[in-house]
Design a binder for this molecule. Structure first.
Ligand code: ZN
Length: 252
């Protein structure tokens, strides 16, 4: 069995473009997560939205809408639905690596009951601190569900063979991390929200809540990791999904 990488979209953000570093006007951007098949276990990088957000009347969605942000999602877009289409039992997912604890990245954890959550210590500590939760919008409802948690500090080789490596990329949140996957499909750096979309590499239009100096250094470090054929997959880039998706979401 070789390593395979899939990219799945779990709903969208509808918001003013300025918050996502995009041109003025309202935008709809995808909420991706990733499935990595490795001989030693299926791993997800992030897991999309909570199933309850399929209901427009969900209290968290209502709160987001009051801040001019909505996150519509359909049941067939949830992590569990994508996994079932890939013939993967959600109960058999071994690891969920979280880039960070925002609701659009950690929300699907409740669908993955037996996975070990892999997260940077700094991020988990922020999620345990009431003041940091408020400041960075890290609602406990989505990530504090009693999973086994493997805390890491800095770079980490998940399976010890160099195929799936984790790289700290702090700034968006205190302990944000990115993932590199070397598979039969090539070399991919799953940037996460260290950079929302390709254009931000130039503009450095980072979100208002973030630590911009730290984000700038993190993005530079990720860019420096690139080889000649590395594909950077950004956090919420409409140009990388849809009909010309940068990664397959299904077996072909
Ligand atoms: Zn995000």
């Amino acid at each position: 069995m070789t390593v395979r990488l899939f990219g799945c979209v779990c709903g969208q953000f509808h918001s003013p473009g300025s918050g996502l570093g995009m041109d003025i006007g309202r935008v709809a951007v995808p909420i991706p997560f990733y499935v990595i098949e490795h001989p030693d276990g299926v791993t997800l990088f992030d897991c999309g939205l909570h199933a309850e957000l399929c209901d427009p009347a969900d209290p968290y969605r209502e709160r987001l809408r009051s801040q001019d942000l909505d996150s519509p999602v359909e049941p067939h877009e949830l992590a569990s639905a994508h996994l079932e289409r890939l013939d993967i039992d959600p109960g058999k997912v071994r690891y969920v690596v979280l880039s960070h604890l925002h609701f659009d990245h950690a929300g699907g954890l409740h669908q993955l009951p037996n996975a070990t959550v892999v997260v940077q210590s700094r991020e988990w500590a922020a999620g345990a601190d009431a003041e940091m939760r408020r400041r960075y919008a890290l609602p406990r409802r989505f990530f504090d569900l009693g999973h086994d948690v493997k805390l890491i500090d800095g770079e980490h080789d998940l399976f010890g063979d160099g195929a799936v490596t984790l790289h700290p990329s702090f700034g968006h949140t205190p302990g944000h991390q990115s993932m590199r996957v070397r598979s039969g499909q090539g070399d991919h750096i799953l940037v996460g929200d260290a950079c929302y979309r390709a254009g931000v590499v130039e503009t450095r239009a980072f979100p208002a809540h973030a630590d911009h100096a730290v984000m700038g250094r993190s993005l530079d470090a990720l860019l420096a990791m690139r080889g000649s054929d590395t594909v950077m997959v950004f956090g919420h880039d409409p140009g990388q999904w849809g009909p010309n998706a940068v990664l397959p979401s299904a077996r072909t």
